[in-house]
Design a protein around this ligand. Structure first.
Ligand code: FEO
Length: 171
């Protein structure tokens, strides 16, 4: 077995959180779908799928390293939102929380001198830069447009998506 019981438990908890986030984004997508905002719904459906992929990546690591997989109880996500801004703010807060949790997992892997886990978790560390930045950008666009201007947000997403934001480090 390449992984400690402690780290296995922490990764299992993270797997639960990634699945929870996937459900939360699905609930946000449903909110936007019901509000007749299909591009926002599409964006959050894609985010939900990404979170599921994150969970499965962690599942594979736990299994491959010989740990015992136990998916924890997952609470219900929030389904009701008063505004688009509230839903997008929840998404940003969730990404900031994930970042904190990933950093905590890396700290634990460092404490345990588990180089394999540290190396594996680096992918998640890097991923959070994009995840937080995307959520922050969307929130700012939604705030700038206001509730009355959400069709501008739809148009923006349809034309650019959020992945289309310029990479300032590109040569
Ligand atoms: Fe799995 Fe959006 O972090």
């Amino acid at each position: 077995m390449l992984i400690s019981k402690n780290l296995t438990a922490a990764l299992n908890e993270q797997i639960g959180y990634e699945f929870f986030t996937s459900m939360q984004y699905t609930a946000i997508a449903c909110y936007f779908g019901a509000e007749a905002l299909p591009e926002l719904a599409k964006h959050f459906t894609a985010q939900a799928e990404e979170e599921r992929t994150h969970a499965l990546k962690l599942v594979n690591y736990v299994v491959d390293s010989g740990g015992k997989m136990v998916i924890p109880t997952i609470p219900s996500p929030q389904s009701d939102f008063k505004t688009a801004e509230e839903a997008c703010k929840l998404a940003l807060d969730s990404e900031l929380e994930v970042t904190k949790k990933i950093n905590g997992l890396v700290d634990l892997a460092i404490d345990e001198k588990d180089h394999l886990a540290q190396n594996f978790l680096q992918w998640f560390v890097n991923e959070q830069l994009e995840e937080v930045s995307t959520a922050e950008t969307l929130l700012r666009i939604v705030q700038r447009a206001g509730e009355a201007g959400l069709l501008f947000v739809e148009d923006y997403l349809a034309r650019n998506g959020l992945a289309g934001a310029p990479d300032l480090n590109a040569q």
